[in-house]
Design a protein around this ligand. Structure first.
Ligand SMILES: [Zn+2]
Length: 466
């Protein structure tokens, strides 16, 4: 018997189809094919392997910084991206120099330290002074004015290891502000226990800053075993005298770049789904997990979208931000340069938390975006990713866009071991698992695809009564 669809059935089918289109921004087939392609791709690993091997560390203003900018554009073109270009901005060039330290009394021994980014140096032949050790940063803050006159102030507070990296956020002030706090109390140099969660003899570098109007004193990080050695020496009650030599300096302003590539949208090419990470890295390792992995993940996700049989409606833009480590300078320059385009950036997400497994997902959309959040959460669930209803903030660079109202999602990765390696000589390719990084690629490909195809304005607020 021939089936004749009644008018009612036809209308019902139309209504159901329209409902599907309006609440489900991408078909289940498209999403599962993206997921499968990502899990079998290995593009991300190839990317980060090439970057860390052929370029290596990428300190802002170094020759490798420029080399990375050229490398990234070549890679994007080779992978079929369009509108590939570099966007220039100015940033300070900081040079590391010599970094040594020794205990002189009560016993002679070498300490392993590394200068903090932005730090000034000691005299060329070093500085010798007695040390005062604080087992907690708050104890330093409680120290009286002038109580550290002529001394090296040392904070040995340990970072707390946490899956979501909360320990790093909480301890950030010790690295960022410690030198000026010590200088306000008369100290001539400042050392901290590295903001790391490992027990290897690798110090962790990272950016610090000086308060205006306060003497600039040299600042460096000790490896965890060296910080604990000083704790034990301090427990003996004997005077600890150190000699430290640090010769970093700021070598003026330079022009550096963020690198951009696009997969043009089919029907809304002027609307942008922006994903990325940062291209620069510290100089001690090769910047594999921070943030070679992040730009590998997001570029691979966009490439998978490019390889789909249909184009996304909106343009997928990959941004590899420059000069993130020295204080989000590239992200701030990008937000300024694109101020007039910001309303066209309909979605942003960044990967800047290593290469470990994704486990949590958050969004910050207008209330009209709730069905899109649900569609994303449903599509991420098979990857073992849990939805978290606290609002997303946007990872490092993209947080600058989130603050200006760009709707964002955070795909959170397991950070339990991230701060074992972060900003150390041990941040190298061998720490990345090829299968695990593909899971992160799958997650970014899925949310980007949904954001690029949804009919919902993610900034919009639901009309009352809906
Ligand atoms: Zn980073």
């Amino acid at each position: 018997m021939l089936f004749r669809e009644s008018l009612f059935m036809r209308k019902l089918r139309y209504v159901l189809f329209a409902l599907f289109i309006s609440t489900s921004p991408a078909s289940a087939d498209e999403l599962s094919s993206l997921r499968v392609a990502a899990l079998h791709s290995s593009h991300a690993y190839e990317f980060v392997s090439s970057l860390t091997t052929e370029v290596g560390p990428r300190l802002v203003g170094s020759a490798n910084d420029d080399k990375a900018v050229a490398w990234a554009q070549t890679k994007l073109k080779a992978w079929g991206f369009e509108n590939v270009h570099a966007e220039a901005f100015d940033a300070p060039k900081w040079v590391r120099g010599v970094e040594t330290a020794e205990v002189i009394t009560p016993t002679q021994q070498r300490l392993i330290i590394t200068a903090l980014g932005g730090s000034v140096g000691t005299p060329a032949d070093g500085l010798t002074a007695d040390a005062i050790i604080f087992s907690s940063y708050d104890d330093l803050l409680d120290a009286k004015p002038r109580s550290l006159a002529g001394k090296i102030a040392i904070v040995t507070e340990a970072l707390i290891k946490a899956e979501d990296g909360a320990g790093y956020g909480a301890a950030g002030r010790i690295r960022r502000s410690g030198a000026s706090e010590a200088a306000k109390r008369g100290a001539v140099a400042y050392l901290l226990r590295s903001l790391g969660s490992d027990y290897r003899r690798f110090p962790h570098t990272g950016q610090m800053h000086y308060d205006d109007g306060i003497a600039k004193i040299p600042a460096a990080a000790l490896s965890a075993p060296d910080a604990e050695q000083l704790d034990r020496l301090a427990a003996s009650g004997k005077t600890i005298r150190l000699h430290i030599t640090l010769t970093p300096h700021v070598d003026g302003m330079i022009t550096t770049h963020s690198v951009v590539g696009e997969i043009p949208g089919s029907t809304k090419p002027d609307e942008i789904v922006l994903i990325g990470g940062h291209l620069d890295s510290w100089d001690l390792g090769t910047g594999a997990i921070d943030d070679g992995a992040g730009i590998a993940i997001t570029t691979a996700a966009a490439k998978l979208i490019r390889d789909m049989p249909v184009r996304p409606k909106r343009t997928i833009r990959v941004v590899m931000f420059g000069s993130e480590e020295s204080g989000l300078i590239g992200a701030k320059a990008y937000a300024k340069a694109h101020a007039r385009e910001l309303s066209k950036i309909t979605f942003g997400a960044e990967a800047d938390f290593g290469a470990d497994r994704p486990y949590k997902f958050r969004t910050k959309f207008g209330t009209a975006g709730e069905p899109v959040t649900r569609a994303m959460a449903r599509a991420l669930q098979p990857l073992g990713i849990l939805f978290d209803d606290r609002p997303a903030t946007g990872d490092s660079d993209v947080s600058q866009l989130a603050e200006l109202g760009v709707p964002v999602a955070d795909i959170e990765q397991d950070g339990t071991h991230y701060f074992d390696l972060h900003h150390t000589p041990d941040d190298t390719l061998d720490k990345i698992d090829k299968q695990v990084i593909d899971k992160v690629v799958a997650a970014f490909a899925i949310v980007s695809w949904i954001a690029a195809n949804t009919d919902v304005d993610l900034r919009a607020v639901k009309a009352s009564g809906n």
